[in-house]
Design a protein around this ligand. Structure first.
Ligand SMILES: Nc1nc2c(ncn2[C@@H]2O[C@H](COP(=O)(O)OP(=O)(O)O)[C@@H](O)[C@H]2O)c(=O)[nH]1
Ligand SMILES: [Mg+2]
Length: 366
């Protein structure tokens, strides 16, 4: 599977770059990832997975290769971006190249850190940002709609379906909603995908707090209540993170980090949660391979069947796939070794229709 990138988006001064630096301190050995660029605003980040160390100990692996995702620090959003204001066009093009949007909003008060809107109100920030993305999409959809209109009138079946969905999508966008919130059937989704809309991407909202500061979520603040209502009403996913603290902790070991967070009552606001939430939001999971050479997490979409999953290792494996030997991570750990798991009948042979599960330890027979 090729790289998947998360765009970090938000108003100026909300903590995007602080978060990006904290995240990319987890940066994995670039040599393993030939697609990695030298662009300083792009970072390859390991997806935290404690199962890898456990498996590696069982197999005596020389190396651990984690799943990865890319994060991109996307600067330049201001109101008016969709009409080319500021770095508007470059900004939108950068987002278009990513697979999902992590939208950062500030939920702490600090008079020393200037906020462009003059005050802290995360919901209003979200409205400003989303409006720019929605306006850009509405323009794309409007243009496309007038093109398919002619073909639809001529009786072109594909154009009729596209015309149908775009006629619903345009007023939906114009009412301020994200494209990904419109109900569509599979065929309609496919057609709309071709337009590469910004708001068809999955969104994850990232609430940036400041430990020991005035945080809206700790004060039962009205602005927090309204934010939560918005998340509930739109079915949006969010995480809370302390970008500043994570930035300071970036050079510590995982154990030291957790110790520190416990001490400051900042558990659950680490970057690890954010990385995992993005992986999940992208619809991804990991299956694992393990041996003396390496223990390796492979990224596949949730619901992948055996041959598709095998293709993550090598594209040829999809065609060559015959069957797979599978044991769940838990069963393998309980057994203590692959040999013992086999003896206990926990090692299953699965055919071409097998739906791979997160944490499956697999050996493909090809
Ligand atoms: N203490 C603290 N400072 C933060 C936090 N997030 C951002 N900042 C500060 O806010 C300012 C703007 O952050 P930056 O990451 O450059 O914002 P960007 O414009 O969104 O990239 C910097 O001075 C950061 O140090 C946080 O969680 N805690
Ligand atoms: Mg920045």
């Amino acid at each position: 599977m090729s790289k998947l990138a998360v765009g970090i988006v938000g108003l100026p001064n909300v903590g995007k770059s602080t978060l990006f630096t904290a995240l990319t301190k987890n940066e994995v050995l670039i040599a393993n990832y030939p697609f990695a660029t030298i662009d300083p605003s792009v970072g390859v980040v390991a997806v935290p997975d404690s199962r890898l160390a456990t498996l590696s100990a069982i197999s005596g692996s020389k190396e651990i290769i984690p799943a990865i995702i890319e994060f991109v620090d996307i600067a330049g959003l201001v109101a008016g971006a969709s009409s080319g204001e500021g770095l508007g066009n470059k900004f939108l093009a950068s987002i278009r190249e990513t697979d999902m949007i992590a939208e950062v909003v500030r939920i702490f008060e600090d008079s020393d850190i200037h906020h462009v809107a003059g005050g802290i109100d995360p919901l209003s920030d979200i409205e400003v940002i989303n409006l720019e993305l929605i306006l850009a999409d509405a323009e794309t959809v409007g243009k496309r709609l007038s093109n398919v209109e002619r073909d639809a009138k001529r009786g072109d079946k594909g154009a009729e379906v596209e015309h149908g969905v775009l006629s619903r999508l345009l007023p939906h966008l114009e009412s301020g909603k994200l494209a990904n919130a419109l109900g569509m059937n599979e065929e309609e989704q496919k057609l709309v995908k071709g337009l590469h809309l910004l708001t068809m991407k999955p969104f994850l909202y990232v609430c940036n707090k400041m430990t020991d500061g005035y945080n809206l979520d700790e004060q039962n603040d009205d602005r927090w209540v309204r934010l939560m209502e918005f998340f509930t009403n739109t079915g949006a996913e969010y995480v809370v993170v302390d970008a500043g603290m994570e930035h300071e902790l970036k050079d510590l070991s995982d154990e030291e980090k957790n110790e520190f967070r416990r001490e400051y009552g900042a558990q659950g606001s680490g970057v690890e949660n954010l990385i995992r939430a993005c992986y999940h939001r992208l619809g991804l999971m990991s299956y694992l391979t393990t041996g003396e050479k390496e223990t390796h997490a492979w990224t596949v979409p949730v619901g992948s069947i055996g041959p598709k999953a095998a293709a993550a290792i090598h594209t040829d494996f999809e065609k060559k796939y015959i069957r797979a030997q599978v044991v769940s991570f838990d069963d393998l750990v309980t057994a203590g070794s692959l040999a013992k798991a086999r003896e206990l009948g926990k090692l299953r042979t699965e055919g071409k229709d097998y739906i791979v599960k997160d944490g499956d330890v697999i050996e493909f027979l090809i």
